[in-house]
Every structure is written in structure tokens, then in C-alpha cells.
Ligand binder design. Structure first.
Ligand SMILES: *[C@@H]1O[C@H](CO)[C@@H](O)[C@H](O)[C@H]1NC(C)=O
Ligand SMILES: *[C@@H]1O[C@H](CO)[C@@H](O)[C@H](O)[C@H]1NC(C)=O
Ligand SMILES: *[C@@H]1O[C@H](CO)[C@@H](O)[C@H](O)[C@H]1NC(C)=O
Length: 177
């Protein structure tokens, strides 16, 4: 976190905010990866380039675009959960874990929506806290399965939701100076 702050402040000093605003998608994705070795450049570019506006978006707008993708993924996960819960052969434990996941993803959607409001209001600090809160949903869901010693019923959904919400955090971190 400290290195992110130092890195971002150094860039602001050197380039100024206007240079930030005109950074290309590829440059932004490179910076995200440089700050977080787990963040994948390819994932960043392929996720964002499907949204045409991201070509010309500044960092606040990119954070919002990525958070909107995150909301879509969380909503998709909620749909899969609702579908799975219709299965009458689920064990009591499986049902309980799925309900935990449902609760987590619902909170996650709300936190993501709050993050968008925070970014729009220019409140980067609150946005970081909202996005961090949102990013725990897929992690808590996976944890609920492993704590119950159950095979995850949402491995792909949790993985993708986790990657996209971490990407939103990574982009937002570049804004923090
Ligand atoms: C990005 O652009 C929007 C709309 O022009 C503006 O309100 C916002 O302050 C800009 N953010 C940055 C970091 O330049
Ligand atoms: C999930 O996020 C990805 C970006 O990685 C996006 O391309 C995809 O459309 C989203 N999935 C859903 C179901 O919205
Ligand atoms: C319903 O849940 C049971 C128990 O986990 C599982 O064996 C079965 O494949 C599921 N059925 C469907 C249609 O998903």
C-alpha cells in the first residue's frame, strides 16, 4: 500500500494529473500490474476493451467502468446461486453455504454501488473502503465452502468476481495520491 501511494504521488509530481487523465488503457493496465504482481495485464486489457468508453476514460471513469463490470459479475453470481438453491437434493450444509454466498454477494453489490457514488463525489478514500468491502464477497464465499469442507459450487464465478473487483481496486489505487 505504501509503495502504491509513493508511486502514485511520484507520478503526480512528475506528470501532473492531466497526463494521468490521458493515459492509455494499456498504460493503465501496465501500472496496475506493476503495483500488484497478482494483477494480470492481459486480464485488465481484455476486461476493459469490451467497453468502448474505456479507450478515452480517465482513471476515475475507468474505476467506475470496472466497478460496473464487477456489479455485472456479482449479479451473475447471484443468479447462479438462486438457480443452485432450487435444487432440492442439496445437503443442509451446501444450502447454508450458498445462503452465505448470497448474502455476501448482495452486500458486495451494494458496496460496489457505493464505490461508484464515492468516486463520482471525488472521495477516493471512501471509494477504497467500499471497493475493499465489495472485494471480500467472492473470497468469503469460497472460504465458506472450504470451511464447510465442501467442494465449491461457484469456482468460476468466485474467481472471475475476485479478479474483476481486484482490478477495480488496482485502478482506483492509481488515483490515490
Ligand atoms: C475524469 O473526468 C471526469 C469528467 O470529465 C471528471 O469529473 C473527473 O474529475 C476526471 N478525473 C480525473 C482523475 O481526472
Ligand atoms: C464479468 O467481467 C468480465 C470482465 O472481466 C466481463 O467481460 C463480463 O461481461 C462480466 N460477466 C458478466 C456475466 O457480466
Ligand atoms: C443437486 O445437488 C446434488 C447434491 O449436491 C447434486 O448431486 C446434484 O447434481 C444437483 N443437481 C443439479 C441438477 O444440479
Amino acid at each position: 500500500m505504501k509503495s502504491i501511494i509513493l508511486f502514485a504521488s511520484a507520478l503526480v509530481l512528475i506528470l501532473g494529473n492531466s497526463a494521468f487523465a490521458s493515459a492509455s488503457l494499456e498504460d493503465t493496465c501496465k501500472k496496475v500490474q506493476a503495483e500488484d504482481p497478482d494483477a494480470k495485464y492481459e486480464f485488465c486489457v481484455t476486461s476493459l476493451q469490451v467497453v468502448p468508453e474505456s479507450r478515452t476514460a480517465n482513471l476515475s471513469q475507468l474505476t467506475i467502468i470496472t466497478t460496473q463490470l464487477s456489479i455485472k459479475n456479482y449479479t451473475h453470481a447471484l443468479g447462479v446461486i438462486a438457480q443452485l438453491l432450487k435444487n432440492h437434493s442439496l445437503s443442509h450444509l451446501q444450502r447454508e453455504v450458498l445462503e452465505t454466498c448470497q448474502e455476501e454477494y448482495n452486500l458486495g453489490v451494494d458496496a460496489n454501488k457505493q464505490a461508484i457514488e464515492d468516486v463520482k463525489a471525488g472521495d477516493i478514500f471512501s471509494a477504497l473502503s467500499s471497493l475493499s468491502a465489495a472485494s471480500v464477497a467472492p473470497v468469503d464465499c469460497e472460504d465458506a465452502f472450504s470451511e464447510g469442507k465442501e467442494a465449491s459450487l461457484l469456482p468460476r464465478e468466485d474467481d472471475l468476481a475476485s479478479k474483476i473487483s481486484n482490478l477495480a481496486l488496482g485502478i482506483l489505487a492509481l488515483l490515490k495520491s
